[in-house]
Ligand binder design. Structure first.
Ligand code: ADP
Ligand code: MG
Length: 698
């Protein structure tokens, strides 16, 4: 039996040193095992010819035999497309090309036998095939190849003559070499109970299935395994942590909480807020350390939940701390808390980079002595000089702005780690949350405070500014305030600031009757603060800013959010910024301004934004548009991993099954003692060793 893990790809017949170098450099294929796990991205079903009337949108690539009756072009500019009206002698099918129109129209002849390969999809409500391959019909080639795999190759490889076809030769040769059963990597009782195919069969069929159903089963098994081991790792780690750390037991819901609730709470809690506070109370009284993620759309009232949670810590004789990602936000929380806690005997202090000298000394001393009971701050609270008397509860606001390491440092602020509540308004789709934050419990506020009118989102081309200004003037006359936001990224910082300055000048010129604040990253924090405060206090009516206001700011009188160059923002960012308005009782608006020329993806994003206000829907759409690797929050979370086959946007159900199975395995065999699970731990350790990033998942 050859050792697939160790055998160098170079020695596979037909490869050799030169090609091995390409395979290694371009596709990270170094061993036979790597080649075995380099899966085709598609198959063409060459086993049979399909009839047009059989086609459905969920089919893999199929082949149809027939003739083109005529060509036609539709649309203009970027939307121009070539349509070939194609028939198999019984029904008609449109073949569509967006590129290479000239070549195709002149190259293919009407009323000639062709074989068309492609994947049926729904386009304008009808089954069509977009960008099919068209080959002259050649009886001899039919049926000869079964389901033919197609492999990804790079430009460099193609130039060196290494195509998908070469990859096909390599895998064929490889399977000829593997004349034994590939050793199983899942316990047989799981394979049986979940009705999975064996690893041997899955690997053979994922490359060379005999039919579409074989392929599906093979992919299911491999996707399941991939997700299962990730879940097993996360859950095992989480259970371990829970055993190791005893949490402070907060059983008292005492005077401060009740006094606040009865005297100071300015409004009724929403049902969702009540539910979440109950969940948190339960956690904190359970004797295990709480580690909870609170997700709630922008404006759903997370700050209040944080405050009430902290009061429970205080009632039990502990201190609490909330950390926010920006100074502006920390200051705002501080002001809110002071206002809300008015009249209650609670020491609240602020600690940011701006708090210096004697003031800082006083805060630090107060923390050590315990008379500062609630600390509000930025990452300044992480410094070693910040020592608490007895920290029992930590809240991290807008947690996606902090790294894992920063969060971990808060744990070290007491001998026993404090309870931790991390809050985010960047909603994370369930499937991703389960993978990224598998060891966090999740609470969700899925309800906005009453009386909010849904924000109306409109799209405006930048060359139609007059009507934009008309709308803005109308709102200003009503006494409302307006945000105008510009993108700012490092690579084009100069240009971006110039854009903002130009926009500011133009607004000053076109709306001379109103006062305008301006905030961007190149200003000192004192300057930023002054401008921000002028807007918050209502002294200025318009705030022109870069994305510094993306997070957290609360100005209920602001009713319009104008987002310039909206095409340059991702969906989560757009949604976050939109959430800055709609906080008062007035109808609010979000105006997305774009160039006239938009890419298909921009158009899709704008459409989603104008159609829904619901953060989770937007997050799901974002995951589908961009793929999970790119998703906002994943980089910062410090977790990175690659999935070879599974797709978090599409394989939610398999993920769910993988998670439940991993939980069951650990319930039944918590210490990994069972003989039947031995294969599991062996495989888990092997994966951890072979994938550099894997360890980071826990
Ligand atoms: P976010 O969840 O985005 O952090 P905030 O905590 O800033 O939202 O709350 C947004 C606004 O809603 C604040 O002005 C807050 O005072 C208000 N608010 C919070 N809870 C309620 C409630 N139950 N009823 C009415 N207004 C509320
Ligand atoms: Mg907030």
């Amino acid at each position: 039996m050859i050792d697939l893990d160790r055998q160098d790809i170079m020695f596979l017949p037909g490869v050799g040193p030169q090609r091995a170098k390409f395979l290694g450099d371009e596709l990270q294929i170094h061993t036979l095992h790597d080649l075995l796990y380099t899966f085709p991205y598609k198959h063409i079903d060459r086993t049979r010819l399909y009839y047009i009337h059989e086609l459905t949108a969920d089919m893999p690539y199929v082949q149809i035999r027939g003739q083109i009756l005529s060509f036609e072009t539709e649309g203009e500019g970027r939307k121009r497309r070539l349509i070939a009206h194609f028939t198999d002698g019984q029904s008609m099918l449109d073949l569509i090309w967006f590129n290479g129109i000239k070549y195709i129209a002149s190259h293919y002849k009407v009323r000639t036998d062709y074989i068309v390969f492609g994947r049926p999809s729904v386009f304008n409500d009808k089954i069509k095939i977009v960008h099919p391959d068209v080959e002259p019909a050649d009886e001899l080639r039919l049926n000869a190849m079964g389901m033919q795999p197609y492999y990804t190759t790079t430009e460099k490889m193609k130039r060196a003559g290494l195509t998908s076809r070469s990859m096909e030769h390599f895998t064929t040769t490889l399977f000829k070499l593997i004349d034994f059963t590939i050793p199983e990597t899942l316990p047989s009782y799981l394979i049986e109970s979940l009705n999975l195919v064996s690893l041997d069969q899955a690997l053979r069929h994922v490359h060379y299935p005999t039919c579409a159903e074989d392929l599906r089963k093979a992919q299911f098994r491999l996707k399941f395994e991939e997700l299962f081991y990730i879940q097993l790792n996360i859950i095992r780690y989480a259970r371990d942590r829970r055993q190791k750390y005893r949490g402070f037991v907060f059983t008292r819901v005492g005077e401060l909480f009740h006094e606040f609730y009865e005297k100071n709470l300015p409004f009724q809690l929403t049902e969702a807020q009540k539910r979440v506070i109950r969940e948190i109370r339960q956690d904190m009284g359970s004797g295990r350390q709480m580690n909870r993620l609170l997700q709630g759309d922008v404006g759903s009232g997370k700050t209040l939940v944080a405050l009430m949670t902290m009061l429970i810590a205080l009632d039990n004789g502990f201190q609490a701390c909330i950390m926010a990602p920006t100074e502006i936000l920390a200051e705002q929380h501080y002001a809110t808390f002071q206002k809300m806690l008015f009249g209650l005997p609670i020491g609240v202090s602020l600690l940011t980079g701006n708090v210096k000298g004697k003031r800082r000394k006083d805060v630090l001393q107060g923390l050590e002595q315990g008379c500062v009971q609630i600390l509000v701050g930025t990452h300044a609270v992480l410094e070693d000089t910040v020592v608490f008397k007895s920290l029992g509860m930590v809240v991290v606001d807008e947690q996606h702005r902090f790294g894992v390491a920063q969060r971990a440092r808060l744990w070290g602020k007491n001998v026993n780690p404090p309870h931790v509540l991390v809050m985010t308004a960047t909603p994370i789709p369930r499937t991703l949350a389960m993978t990224l934050y598998g060891d966090l419990d999740v609470s969700v506020i899925d309800e906005l405070p009453p009386g909010r009118k849904p924000i109306q989102t409109l799209h405006q081309f930048e060359n139609r500014r007059e009507s934009l200004y008309r709308g803005m003037r109308a709102q200003l006359r009503e006494g409302r305030q307006i945000y105008v936001v510009y993108p700012l990224i490092k690579e084009s910082e100069k240009m971006d600031i110039k854009n903002l300055e130009d926009g500011y000048e133009q607004l000053c010129h076109d709306l001379p009757e109103c006062k305008i604040s301006k905030v961007h990253g190149k200003m000192t924090s004192a300057e930023k603060d002054a401008e921000m405060q002028a807007f918050i206090s209502g002294e200025t009516q318009i705030l022109v800013a870069t994305t510094v206001i993306e997070v957290g700011v609360n100005v209920p009188n602001a009713s319009v959010m104008v987002i310039e160059n909206a095409e340059r923002f991702g969906l989560p960012q757009l949604h976050q910024m939109r959430g800055r308005v709609g906080r008062g009782a007035e109808q609010s608006y979000c105006i997305l301004v774009t160039k006239y020329q938009m890419s298909a993806e921009t158009r899709k994003r704008i459409q989603i934004m104008t159609e829904t206000n619901y953060g989770f829907e937007i997050a799901e759409a974002d995951l589908k548009l961009r793929g999970p690797g790119d998703l906002e929050g994943t980089q910062q979370s410090g977790v990175s991993f690659t999935l070879r086959l599974a797709n978090l946007a599409r394989d939610g159900q398999i993920l769910q099954l993988a998670r439940e199975t991993a939980e069951k395995v650990l319930d039944e065999d918590p210490y990994g003692a069972a003989e039947r699970n031995r294969i599991l731990w062996k495989q888990l350790n092997k994966l951890k060793r072979s994938t550099v990033n894997w360890g980071a998942i826990s």
